[in-house]
Design a binder for this molecule. Structure first.
Ligand code: 0L1
Ligand code: MG
Length: 264
């Protein structure tokens, strides 16, 4: 993995994208101005955004995988998953009123999240190893909010933009890793009482644990690991659903209760 951008440009682009997140405005995708950017440049920008938040006193409370389902990849016109980090202020309680004006053009995704109890490291982690390193599985809804105008981006731009991460809501139910077959678990998403999306866990790389294994592989490319105790959102089971101010979302998870929020 090589860089085409120098450190000063990486720092400038991190500030540019983080300002757009914090002040909720759109920007054009950064590869329009830097068409020779590499995957490494994009990852370095994301890690620089993460460093800026930690420097200001925020905690990193987890990781997310994005674009892990064919529905999502097709929806966004890309062919490879991406990852991002979750900062403390991204986390909202179940039933939250989500301040819409803090966001640009949010969408919601029904996901399954894993909480690990052992370190996962390396390029060849298996689903069985992920399951053996999992303490709990929880239902979680991600609110994504690409900083890019009209959600128009390529994989390099989106990876730099922390994979559109902005908020997430975790449900109050949890399950032991062997309590369900995570590939057949069903989810139903309702917006304002109407069913808008439904799906099963296998939409995520055939099994949501495969997404955790892929995260370990992607982090290994930077000599990073998934430490024990990490909360990991594995990616949308359904396509992402655009929300407006006033919308209520309720996602029903088979055997795992509901996750709800209202955009105010
Ligand atoms: O969590 C996701 O799948 C989002 C990844 C980034 C792409 C997008 O903004 O839809
Ligand atoms: Mg997601």
């Amino acid at each position: 993995m090589t860089n085409n951008l120098d450190q000063a440009t990486i720092a400038k682009l991190a500030e540019h994208l983080e300002n757009a997140e914090l002040q909720a405005y759109e920007v054009i995708k950064i590869t329009d101005d830097y068409p020779d950017m590499t995957d490494k440049d994009a990852a370095d920008i994301q890690w620089e955004i993460r460093r800026r938040k930690v420097d200001r006193g925020h905690k990193i409370v987890g990781m997310k995988m994005g674009l892990t389902s064919w529905a999502k990849m097709k929806q966004m016109g890309v062919e490879t998953p991406c990852y991002g980090f979750l900062a403390d202020y991204f986390s909202l309680p179940d039933g939250a009123e989500v301040p819409f004006d803090e966001l640009i053009h949010p969408k919601v995704e029904a996901e399954i999240a894993f909480i690990t109890n052992k370190e996962l490291r390396g390029p060849d982690v298996t689903i069985d190893e992920v399951m053996a390193a999992t303490e709990l599985v929880v239902p979680a809804v991600e609110i994504i909010d690409s900083r890019y105008k009209d959600f128009k981006f390529d994989l390099i731009s989106v990876q730099a933009d922390n994979s559109s991460s902005t908020r997430f809501v975790v449900g109050s139910h949890s399950a032991a890793p062997n309590a369900f077959d995570w590939s057949t678990i069903g989810v139903v998403m309702q917006k304002n009482g109407e069913i808008v999306e439904l799906g099963a866990g296998a939409a995520v790389l055939d099994h949501p644990a495969a997404s955790v294994a892929m995260l370990a592989k992607m982090l290994h490319e930077r000599d990073e690991v998934i430490p024990a105790g990490t909360f990991i959102m594995t990616g949308g089971i359904t396509a992402a659903v655009l929300v407006e101010k006033g919308d209520s979302i309720c996602v029903r998870y088979q055997g795992l209760g509901t996750v709800t929020m209202k955009f105010v």
